[in-house]
Design a protein. Structure first.
Length: 291
């Protein structure tokens, strides 16, 4: 197993030599979304992040933590994972790293995204806007993974978002995802539209009034006693109903509240077991193979 992990790390490090990459025991290979820092904020790329037992703040250099599956079981599916945290924090361990490892075990190449926070109060060096910077980070993440699809053995790209991360998905997956064919950076020339979306107790921002183009296939899940996300899923369901050929699956658990993460802290069996519903959907859609 140790030899396999080392081999995977070496393989990823060889993918994009132009990007400065780091390797840590907890997050594996970390790749910044821009090699010189986010446009307009290049001077902040070396400002260190702040971390706690469950949170990350002060993201000035957006990045992807990469979790590659066993090559023998690579499904060809990539999923970018967006943690929640109200745009004040990133719940990075429970809603970034843990779901990424869960997906990795199923043959998915998972990328945990650290995005800039539009409501953060203790990062005075930057004034980030949710709709501008956070959404730009997700678009760049999808484009980066798509631009490197062949190197990772990827055929399809999804996004999985918790809480506030779902708001960024709303802002990027339904419109304004086209690439710029004449962009100087080849990554910016490709589409930022995910091939499918997964939202877990999503926040309300960014839900459009209508969908001008067919949305990606979707998996939605929340709890009945988490009223805000239930209302969001009702709105999304109405929008999806206008596109009957687009498959969507919605789960509203009887209870569970908000921020139950991957379910491990709950005493409710339905909440503890909710990732199995996602596994079923991924298998049924052909995104992963039966274990």
């Amino acid at each position: 197993m140790r030899a396999f992990i080392v081999a995977c790390v070496c393989t990823v490090l060889s993918l994009s030599p132009a990007l400065a990459q780091t390797v840590t025991p907890s997050t594996g290979v970390v790749i910044p979304l821009w090699d010189k820092g986010a446009p307009g904020f290049e001077d902040l790329r070396d400002v260190p992040e702040k971390t706690g037992d469950w949170w990350v703040r002060g993201v000035n250099n957006p990045s992807l933590s990469v979790f590659r599956p066993d090559p023998a079981h690579n499904s060809g599916t990539a999923i970018i994972v967006l943690p929640g945290g109200g745009h004040e924090n990133l719940v990075f361990n429970s809603e970034g790293l843990k779901p990424s490892r869960f997906l990795q075990a199923q043959g998915v190449t998972a990328f945990a995204l650290k995005y800039r926070l539009g409501r953060e109060t203790d990062n005075p060096k930057a004034d980030y806007d949710i709709k501008v910077h956070g959404a730009a980070d997700l678009r760049r993440a999808v484009r980066f993974v798509r631009a490197h699809a062949a190197e990772y053995g990827i055929k399809r790209i999804g996004v999985m978002a918790f809480s506030a991360g779902g708001e960024l998905v709303h802002m990027t997956a339904f419109a304004d995802f086209e690439g710029d064919a004449v962009a100087a950076d080849p990554v910016d020339r490709v589409s930022a539209r995910p091939d499918f979306i997964i939202e877990v107790y999503p926040g309300p921002l960014g839900v459009p009034q209508r969908l001008e183009v067919a949305p990606p296939p979707a998996f939605f899940l929340t709890a009945h006693d988490d009223h805000g996300p239930v209302a969001v899923l009702e709105r999304l369901s109405r929008l999806y109903a206008e596109w009957p050929d687009v498959p969507v699956e919605t789960h509203i658990l009887a209870s569970g509240g908000h921020a139950f993460n991957m379910g491990e802290r709950s005493t409710l069996r339905s909440v503890k077991d909710w990732p199995s519903r996602l596994s079923d959907w991924l298998i049924d859609r052909g995104y992963v193979s039966v274990p």
